[in-house]
Design a protein around this ligand. Structure first.
Ligand code: ADP
Ligand code: ADP
Length: 234
């Protein structure tokens, strides 16, 4: 069943149209990737769904974004996370550098409505998926490596209690070994039921990981299908 469905989405920044009618869907439990060159419209698509960050939010002109059958267009970003359990890990690892790893994770739980037991279970899950974060839990976050900060950004999304996670270029700037750890952790989450929408410039990496993909070029979807069919050189 379609968990997320984007229908013929047109989006503008001021007078400039950045998306010219994008349609895509993600089924519950799937890993879907949206790939394309820099400037193609990948981040704009994700920001239209989550409307984060508010000051730069692109404006939806036409089309609709449905989540679990209801339109997302009237929802505010905080509600999308707290009530719909949909989280975005934006590009640039938005974490609080002056706070510890532990404090960053704790802050991400503020809007949760479920029980302390659920929250406790998610701490354990984050630390077991990313043992490096557990080792460094008392450290100030800005002292972590870039890759560890990216893991923390994903950890924060998990601590928000999400069941659908959207990631904007999680491989960006990661050393190969950390990249492997990151994608292995995401696969593990998916096996436990997490639905994933991944944005990547690194198409090969993304298609190896995803079930299905969409290729976007200058604001339009130009190809779509199962990952093995989209790979140039499978
Ligand atoms: P990608 O994520 O694929 O690199 P973006 O979604 O960031 O692409 O950008 C799509 C298009 O929208 C580009 O032409 C980009 O210059 C433009 N764009 C992105 N953000 C803004 C913004 N805040 N204001 C104006 N134009 C923007
Ligand atoms: P991305 O891969 O996210 O598109 P960019 O380097 O293109 O990264 O953009 C960095 C930031 O600048 C983003 O937050 C984006 O919204 C904004 N941005 C991108 N293009 C433009 C633009 N043409 N005018 C204004 N802001 C832009």
């Amino acid at each position: 069943s379609k968990l997320l469905e984007i229908r013929d989405l047109k989006v503008k920044y001021g007078n400039i149209e950045a998306l010219h009618g994008v349609s895509l869907y993600v089924d519950k439990g799937e890993i879907v990737t949206l790939i394309g060159a820099n400037g193609a419209g990948k981040s704009t698509t994700l920001m239209s769904i989550s409307r984060l960050p508010p000051p730069e939010a692109p404006k939806v002109i036409e089309g609709d974004i449905l989540y679990d059958g209801q339109s997302l267009l009237d929802w505010v970003p905080d509600k999308i996370v707290a009530d719909l359990h949909l989280a975005l890990v934006p590009e640039g690892r938005r974490i609080f550098g002056n706070l510890s790893v532990e404090e960053n994770l704790r802050l991400a739980t503020y809007a949760r409505k479920d029980t302390p037991t659920d929250v406790e279970r998610d701490y354990k899950r984050v630390y077991s998926l990313f043992p490096r974060l557990h080792e460094r839990r008392k450290q100030q976050s800005e002292s972590l490596s870039g890759g560890e900060q990216q893991m923390l950004a994903v950890g924060r999304a998990l601590m928000s209690g999400c069941t659908f996670i959207m990631l904007d270029e999680p491989s960006m700037g990661l050393a190969p070994l950390l990249m492997y750890d990151m994608f292995r952790a995401l696969k593990e989450l998916n096996r436990e039921g997490m639905t994933i929408l991944l944005i990547e410039q690194n198409a090969n990496l993304a298609l190896k990981f995803a079930d299905r993909g969409y290729v976007i070029d200058t604001g339009e979807i130009v190809a779509q299908g199962p990952s093995d069919q989209l790979m140039d050189d499978p």
